[in-house]
Design a protein around this ligand. Structure first.
Ligand SMILES: C[S@@+](CC[C@H](N)C(=O)[O-])C[C@H]1O[C@@H](n2cnc3c(N)ncnc32)[C@H](O)[C@@H]1O
Length: 296
Protein backbone atom coordinates (compact mmCIF):
# COMPACT_ATOMS: atom_id res chain seq x y z
CA UNK A 1 0.00 0.00 0.00
CA UNK A 2 1.43 3.43 -0.90
CA UNK A 3 1.77 6.31 1.58
CA UNK A 4 1.68 10.08 1.28
CA UNK A 5 4.71 11.96 2.48
CA UNK A 6 4.27 15.62 3.42
CA UNK A 7 7.51 17.51 3.93
CA UNK A 8 8.02 21.17 4.87
CA UNK A 9 10.92 23.36 5.92
CA UNK A 10 11.00 24.42 9.53
CA UNK A 11 13.17 26.36 11.93
CA UNK A 12 14.54 25.54 15.34
CA UNK A 13 11.62 27.45 16.84
CA UNK A 14 8.67 25.93 15.02
CA UNK A 15 9.78 22.35 14.14
CA UNK A 16 8.24 20.76 17.22
CA UNK A 17 4.91 22.56 16.81
CA UNK A 18 4.70 21.61 13.13
CA UNK A 19 5.51 18.03 14.03
CA UNK A 20 2.78 18.03 16.71
CA UNK A 21 0.22 19.33 14.21
CA UNK A 22 1.04 16.46 11.84
CA UNK A 23 0.82 13.88 14.62
CA UNK A 24 -2.49 15.22 15.85
CA UNK A 25 -3.77 15.20 12.27
CA UNK A 26 -3.18 11.45 12.09
CA UNK A 27 0.33 11.09 10.65
CA UNK A 28 1.55 7.51 10.99
CA UNK A 29 4.96 8.91 11.76
CA UNK A 30 6.66 12.28 11.90
CA UNK A 31 10.40 12.70 11.64
CA UNK A 32 12.73 15.67 11.69
CA UNK A 33 15.57 15.92 9.22
CA UNK A 34 18.42 18.36 8.88
CA UNK A 35 19.48 19.82 5.54
CA UNK A 36 21.71 16.79 4.98
CA UNK A 37 18.70 14.50 5.41
CA UNK A 38 19.97 12.96 8.61
CA UNK A 39 17.29 11.78 10.93
CA UNK A 40 17.02 13.29 14.40
CA UNK A 41 17.41 10.51 16.94
CA UNK A 42 18.61 11.53 20.36
CA UNK A 43 17.85 9.60 23.54
CA UNK A 44 18.69 12.49 25.87
CA UNK A 45 15.79 14.78 25.12
CA UNK A 46 17.03 17.49 27.48
CA UNK A 47 20.04 17.94 25.23
CA UNK A 48 18.07 17.53 22.02
CA UNK A 49 19.83 19.44 19.26
CA UNK A 50 17.78 20.99 16.48
CA UNK A 51 19.47 22.26 13.38
CA UNK A 52 18.70 25.83 12.43
CA UNK A 53 17.30 24.50 9.13
CA UNK A 54 15.13 21.48 9.76
CA UNK A 55 12.57 19.63 7.70
CA UNK A 56 9.47 18.09 9.20
CA UNK A 57 8.37 14.96 7.36
CA UNK A 58 4.97 13.40 8.03
CA UNK A 59 3.81 10.11 6.60
CA UNK A 60 0.08 9.67 6.04
CA UNK A 61 -2.15 6.93 4.78
CA UNK A 62 -2.46 7.38 1.00
CA UNK A 63 -6.23 7.77 1.33
CA UNK A 64 -5.82 10.74 3.73
CA UNK A 65 -6.96 14.19 2.72
CA UNK A 66 -3.91 16.31 3.58
CA UNK A 67 -5.55 19.64 2.66
CA UNK A 68 -6.88 20.18 6.22
CA UNK A 69 -3.39 19.34 7.56
CA UNK A 70 -1.85 21.90 5.23
CA UNK A 71 -4.43 24.46 6.35
CA UNK A 72 -3.52 23.86 10.02
CA UNK A 73 0.18 24.18 9.21
CA UNK A 74 -0.48 27.44 7.33
CA UNK A 75 -2.50 28.75 10.27
CA UNK A 76 0.30 27.87 12.68
CA UNK A 77 2.92 29.62 10.56
CA UNK A 78 0.62 32.51 9.64
CA UNK A 79 1.71 32.15 6.00
CA UNK A 80 -0.19 31.55 2.78
CA UNK A 81 2.58 29.34 1.32
CA UNK A 82 4.17 26.49 3.23
CA UNK A 83 7.96 26.79 2.95
CA UNK A 84 9.65 24.04 0.92
CA UNK A 85 6.41 22.07 0.64
CA UNK A 86 6.81 18.65 -0.98
CA UNK A 87 4.11 16.04 -1.28
CA UNK A 88 4.94 12.65 -2.69
CA UNK A 89 3.67 9.11 -2.82
CA UNK A 90 5.97 6.56 -1.21
CA UNK A 91 5.68 2.89 -1.92
CA UNK A 92 5.36 0.61 1.07
CA UNK A 93 8.69 -1.08 0.44
CA UNK A 94 10.60 2.21 0.28
CA UNK A 95 9.10 3.25 3.57
CA UNK A 96 10.23 0.04 5.22
CA UNK A 97 13.75 0.57 3.95
CA UNK A 98 13.79 4.20 5.05
CA UNK A 99 13.11 3.11 8.62
CA UNK A 100 15.89 0.56 8.45
CA UNK A 101 18.39 3.21 7.37
CA UNK A 102 17.44 5.62 10.08
CA UNK A 103 16.62 3.69 13.24
CA UNK A 104 19.68 3.42 15.48
CA UNK A 105 20.14 1.54 18.81
CA UNK A 106 19.07 3.72 21.74
CA UNK A 107 20.05 3.29 25.38
CA UNK A 108 17.73 3.93 28.33
CA UNK A 109 18.95 3.99 31.91
CA UNK A 110 22.32 2.38 31.18
CA UNK A 111 21.22 -1.19 30.69
CA UNK A 112 18.09 -1.13 28.51
CA UNK A 113 18.76 -0.89 24.78
CA UNK A 114 16.17 -0.68 22.03
CA UNK A 115 17.95 -2.06 19.02
CA UNK A 116 16.79 -2.46 15.40
CA UNK A 117 16.36 -6.18 14.83
CA UNK A 118 18.84 -6.07 11.92
CA UNK A 119 21.66 -4.48 13.99
CA UNK A 120 24.18 -6.05 16.37
CA UNK A 121 23.46 -4.68 19.87
CA UNK A 122 26.19 -2.33 21.15
CA UNK A 123 26.15 -4.11 24.54
CA UNK A 124 25.26 -7.81 24.18
CA UNK A 125 25.03 -8.20 27.99
CA UNK A 126 22.47 -5.43 28.44
CA UNK A 127 18.70 -5.94 28.39
CA UNK A 128 18.28 -5.63 24.60
CA UNK A 129 14.89 -5.19 22.98
CA UNK A 130 15.13 -6.13 19.32
CA UNK A 131 12.56 -4.18 17.40
CA UNK A 132 11.23 -4.04 13.88
CA UNK A 133 8.81 -1.11 13.83
CA UNK A 134 7.31 -2.08 10.47
CA UNK A 135 4.42 0.29 9.96
CA UNK A 136 3.57 0.46 13.66
CA UNK A 137 4.51 3.37 15.89
CA UNK A 138 7.01 2.82 18.69
CA UNK A 139 10.80 2.72 18.48
CA UNK A 140 11.69 4.57 21.65
CA UNK A 141 12.80 7.60 19.63
CA UNK A 142 9.62 9.45 20.51
CA UNK A 143 9.69 11.35 23.81
CA UNK A 144 6.43 9.85 25.09
CA UNK A 145 7.62 6.27 24.46
CA UNK A 146 10.91 7.15 26.15
CA UNK A 147 9.01 8.45 29.21
CA UNK A 148 7.10 5.16 29.46
CA UNK A 149 10.26 3.05 29.03
CA UNK A 150 12.01 5.00 31.77
CA UNK A 151 9.07 4.56 34.12
CA UNK A 152 8.99 0.81 33.38
CA UNK A 153 12.72 0.58 34.07
CA UNK A 154 12.14 1.87 37.60
CA UNK A 155 9.52 -0.72 38.54
CA UNK A 156 9.93 -4.16 40.02
CA UNK A 157 8.12 -6.17 37.36
CA UNK A 158 8.68 -9.74 38.46
CA UNK A 159 5.39 -11.65 38.22
CA UNK A 160 3.43 -8.56 37.22
CA UNK A 161 0.73 -8.58 34.56
CA UNK A 162 0.72 -5.65 32.14
CA UNK A 163 -1.64 -4.17 29.57
CA UNK A 164 0.01 -2.06 26.84
CA UNK A 165 -3.08 -0.25 25.50
CA UNK A 166 -2.25 1.18 22.07
CA UNK A 167 0.70 -1.17 21.75
CA UNK A 168 1.92 -0.11 18.27
CA UNK A 169 5.19 -1.99 17.78
CA UNK A 170 4.70 -3.63 21.20
CA UNK A 171 7.77 -1.91 22.58
CA UNK A 172 6.34 -1.35 26.07
CA UNK A 173 4.88 -4.83 26.42
CA UNK A 174 8.11 -6.43 25.22
CA UNK A 175 10.18 -4.24 27.56
CA UNK A 176 7.94 -5.28 30.46
CA UNK A 177 8.27 -8.97 29.63
CA UNK A 178 12.03 -8.74 29.23
CA UNK A 179 12.16 -7.07 32.64
CA UNK A 180 10.40 -10.02 34.27
CA UNK A 181 6.68 -9.43 33.87
CA UNK A 182 4.62 -12.63 33.93
CA UNK A 183 2.27 -11.69 31.10
CA UNK A 184 1.63 -8.71 28.83
CA UNK A 185 -1.45 -7.89 26.77
CA UNK A 186 -0.86 -5.76 23.66
CA UNK A 187 -4.07 -3.99 22.69
CA UNK A 188 -4.49 -2.00 19.51
CA UNK A 189 -7.35 -1.11 17.18
CA UNK A 190 -4.97 -1.35 14.21
CA UNK A 191 -4.52 -4.99 13.15
CA UNK A 192 -1.12 -4.15 11.61
CA UNK A 193 0.13 -3.09 15.04
CA UNK A 194 -1.04 -6.38 16.54
CA UNK A 195 0.82 -8.33 13.85
CA UNK A 196 4.01 -6.26 14.15
CA UNK A 197 3.97 -6.47 17.95
CA UNK A 198 3.52 -10.25 17.84
CA UNK A 199 6.57 -10.44 15.53
CA UNK A 200 8.58 -8.30 17.94
CA UNK A 201 7.58 -10.46 20.92
CA UNK A 202 8.81 -13.46 18.96
CA UNK A 203 12.15 -11.82 18.07
CA UNK A 204 12.64 -11.14 21.76
CA UNK A 205 11.67 -14.67 22.77
CA UNK A 206 8.81 -13.49 24.97
CA UNK A 207 5.90 -14.47 22.72
CA UNK A 208 4.79 -17.29 25.07
CA UNK A 209 3.72 -14.59 27.54
CA UNK A 210 2.50 -11.98 25.05
CA UNK A 211 -1.18 -11.69 24.08
CA UNK A 212 -1.89 -9.31 21.17
CA UNK A 213 -5.64 -8.57 21.05
CA UNK A 214 -8.02 -6.01 19.58
CA UNK A 215 -9.76 -3.92 22.28
CA UNK A 216 -12.97 -5.94 22.15
CA UNK A 217 -11.12 -9.21 22.84
CA UNK A 218 -9.68 -8.36 26.24
CA UNK A 219 -11.22 -10.80 28.74
CA UNK A 220 -14.22 -9.20 30.49
CA UNK A 221 -13.37 -8.19 34.06
CA UNK A 222 -9.60 -8.38 33.46
CA UNK A 223 -7.62 -6.44 36.09
CA UNK A 224 -3.85 -6.19 35.92
CA UNK A 225 -0.95 -4.72 37.89
CA UNK A 226 0.11 -2.13 35.31
CA UNK A 227 -1.72 -0.44 32.44
CA UNK A 228 0.33 1.69 30.05
CA UNK A 229 -1.48 3.76 27.43
CA UNK A 230 0.68 5.92 25.19
CA UNK A 231 -2.03 7.19 22.85
CA UNK A 232 -3.30 10.77 22.42
CA UNK A 233 -5.47 13.07 24.50
CA UNK A 234 -8.83 12.33 22.85
CA UNK A 235 -8.65 8.50 23.09
CA UNK A 236 -7.25 8.73 26.63
CA UNK A 237 -10.30 10.75 27.65
CA UNK A 238 -12.70 8.44 25.82
CA UNK A 239 -11.04 5.37 27.36
CA UNK A 240 -10.98 6.67 30.95
CA UNK A 241 -13.65 4.28 32.36
CA UNK A 242 -12.10 1.33 30.52
CA UNK A 243 -8.49 2.00 31.51
CA UNK A 244 -9.51 2.73 35.10
CA UNK A 245 -11.38 -0.58 35.35
CA UNK A 246 -8.39 -2.49 33.95
CA UNK A 247 -6.10 -1.55 36.85
CA UNK A 248 -6.20 -3.58 40.09
CA UNK A 249 -6.56 -1.57 43.31
CA UNK A 250 -2.98 -0.67 44.23
CA UNK A 251 -1.88 -1.24 40.63
CA UNK A 252 -0.41 1.46 38.40
CA UNK A 253 -1.67 3.45 35.45
CA UNK A 254 0.63 5.26 33.01
CA UNK A 255 -0.92 7.72 30.56
CA UNK A 256 1.23 9.24 27.82
CA UNK A 257 1.04 10.74 24.36
CA UNK A 258 -0.17 14.11 25.61
CA UNK A 259 1.45 17.52 25.38
CA UNK A 260 2.45 19.34 28.56
CA UNK A 261 -0.38 21.83 28.20
CA UNK A 262 -2.92 18.99 27.89
CA UNK A 263 -2.25 17.63 31.39
CA UNK A 264 -4.95 19.76 32.97
CA UNK A 265 -7.47 18.55 30.35
CA UNK A 266 -6.75 14.89 31.04
CA UNK A 267 -6.22 14.83 34.81
CA UNK A 268 -9.89 15.30 35.86
CA UNK A 269 -10.89 12.08 34.06
CA UNK A 270 -8.53 9.98 36.17
CA UNK A 271 -7.76 11.77 39.42
CA UNK A 272 -10.84 10.37 41.17
CA UNK A 273 -9.28 6.91 41.10
CA UNK A 274 -5.52 7.49 40.98
CA UNK A 275 -2.75 9.49 42.68
CA UNK A 276 -1.06 10.81 39.57
CA UNK A 277 2.36 12.42 39.18
CA UNK A 278 3.46 14.25 36.03
CA UNK A 279 6.73 13.77 34.18
CA UNK A 280 7.75 15.66 31.07
CA UNK A 281 10.20 15.34 28.23
CA UNK A 282 10.46 17.91 25.44
CA UNK A 283 6.88 19.08 24.90
CA UNK A 284 5.41 15.78 26.05
CA UNK A 285 3.94 14.75 29.38
CA UNK A 286 3.17 11.49 31.14
CA UNK A 287 0.84 10.92 34.10
CA UNK A 288 1.57 7.91 36.28
CA UNK A 289 0.30 6.70 39.61
CA UNK A 290 -1.30 4.04 41.75
CA UNK A 291 -5.00 3.21 41.91
CA UNK A 292 -6.52 3.95 45.28
CA UNK A 293 -8.32 1.12 47.05
CA UNK A 294 -12.12 1.74 47.20
CA UNK A 295 -12.00 2.77 50.91
CA UNK A 296 -8.97 5.12 50.56
C1 LIG B 1 1.53 6.56 19.83
S1 LIG B 1 1.31 4.87 19.42
C2 LIG B 1 2.09 4.11 20.83
C3 LIG B 1 2.87 2.86 20.49
C4 LIG B 1 3.68 2.27 21.64
N1 LIG B 1 2.85 1.79 22.72
C5 LIG B 1 4.68 3.26 22.19
O1 LIG B 1 4.64 3.59 23.37
O2 LIG B 1 5.55 3.72 21.43
C6 LIG B 1 -0.42 4.71 19.77
C7 LIG B 1 -1.05 3.42 19.32
O3 LIG B 1 -2.37 3.43 19.86
C8 LIG B 1 -3.26 2.86 18.92
N2 LIG B 1 -4.59 3.40 19.25
C9 LIG B 1 -5.04 4.65 19.10
N3 LIG B 1 -6.31 4.77 19.57
C10 LIG B 1 -6.66 3.54 20.04
C11 LIG B 1 -7.82 3.02 20.67
N4 LIG B 1 -8.90 3.78 20.91
N5 LIG B 1 -7.84 1.70 21.02
C12 LIG B 1 -6.74 0.94 20.80
N6 LIG B 1 -5.61 1.37 20.22
C13 LIG B 1 -5.55 2.66 19.84
C14 LIG B 1 -2.70 3.27 17.58
O4 LIG B 1 -3.11 2.38 16.55
C15 LIG B 1 -1.19 3.23 17.82
O5 LIG B 1 -0.65 1.98 17.47
Amino acid sequence: MPWLQLRIDATEDNAQQLSDVMEEAGAISVTLEDAADQILIEPDAEALPLWSRTRVVGLFDAASDVEPVKARLRALLGRERLPGLQLKVIEDQDWGRAWMDRFEPICFQNDLWVCPSWRTPPDPNACNIYLDPGLAFGTGTHASTALCLEWLGEQGLTDKEIVDYGCGSGILAVAGLKRGARRAWGVDDDPRALAVSAGNAEKNEVSANYRPVPPESLPPGLQVDIVLANILLAPLIALAPRLTALVKPGGNLVLAGILKDQVSSLRPYYEGGFDLAVRTREEWAMLAGAKRAPCD
